[in-house]
Ligand binder design. Sequence first.
Ligand code: GLA
Length: 385
Amino acid sequence: MDINNLKEEFKRIYKKEGERCFFSPGRVNLIGEHIDYNGGFVFPCALEFGTYGVISKRQDNIVNLASTNFDLRVSFNIDDIVYKEEDDWANYPKGVIKLMKDRGYNVEGMDILISGNIPNGAGLSSSASLEVITGVIVNDLFNNKSIDMIDLVKISQEAENKFVGVNCGIMDQFAVAMGEKDKAIMLNCDTLEYSYAEFDLKEYSLIIMNTNKRRALNESKYNERRAECDEALDIIKKYKKVNYLCDLSIDDYNEIEKYLTADNIKNRAKHAIYENTRVKEAFKALNEGDISRFGNLLTESHESLKNLYEVTGKELDTIVDESLKVDGCIGARMTGAGFGGCAIAIVKTSELENFKSIVARNYEKKIGYKSDFYISKISYGTREI
Ligand code: GLA
């Protein structure tokens, strides 16, 4: 929906003009999966699709939330914000508003209309996008932009962890908030130090492929994987002074591998440590313009997520395998939490149409339903528009 239509819709719902408009992107992670909560490097970027928000202040303490994507409308008093399952999508903005209020920031009543064009449940961070847009709105409207963007990132993650109850890491909120046009973000998830790399794939393009197998973090084995990593870390801490699995180099890993006697624990740790090394190599490859090396690292990442971390599943494996069979594709992997959602591929731009039709046909033949393909520019983080 374009912004003028959205403002019209706002007027229809709230019988007044929308005062200001904001946008918050979705994200795709290029490489570094299941690494953020293991204290290593991730390499995501912000997409041009995302969440729009039109708002207008109120003279009371009521927040009204409506969306063009869902029929559900939710209304609450800022002094009484509680999680309610039936509030569904509205729990994300509610959580952020509550946390900001609890931290002593100024929050007042407002009418909000949200409209998103990130495919829901595709693993492109529609929830982080909604959290961060809420934080930026409250910051801009009532706190004179006094809250640092990185603090808003932390508040958004905490809202998801504590209010919604999904134990995610910090990557998604960070990528959504801190995106830059045509740049990928190299983020150290331990220190939150970050830098940008020019996202220039030369004669290649990034294509996002939705398996259309829906993925919901709280239904998945996400928390189980986190617990397995903690278990590995507890064992390793007896032999090495580390805070996170990703503090270990591959040489360190080879030294301690013998202590990880359970296969699942050993494999999870091995993935995290090797994946972290791959992220650093991918950053270097992209900076050096070595796109073929970059593509290979993506494919290695998928293999590791499939065999060691076991978070892919037949839909993601099929779409990646079928992609890699097509001429012009030099790398592919799942992106996000896994178990469904999206994969990405690096494909020669001149071969894109051919690539899409072959992968779409073969995926449907094998899985029984359709996939979707998106080409997105790499764009800016959350902002007023
Ligand atoms: C989800 C989580 C992130 C991250 C990824 C896996 O997207 O929200 O914090 O852990 O999975 O890399």
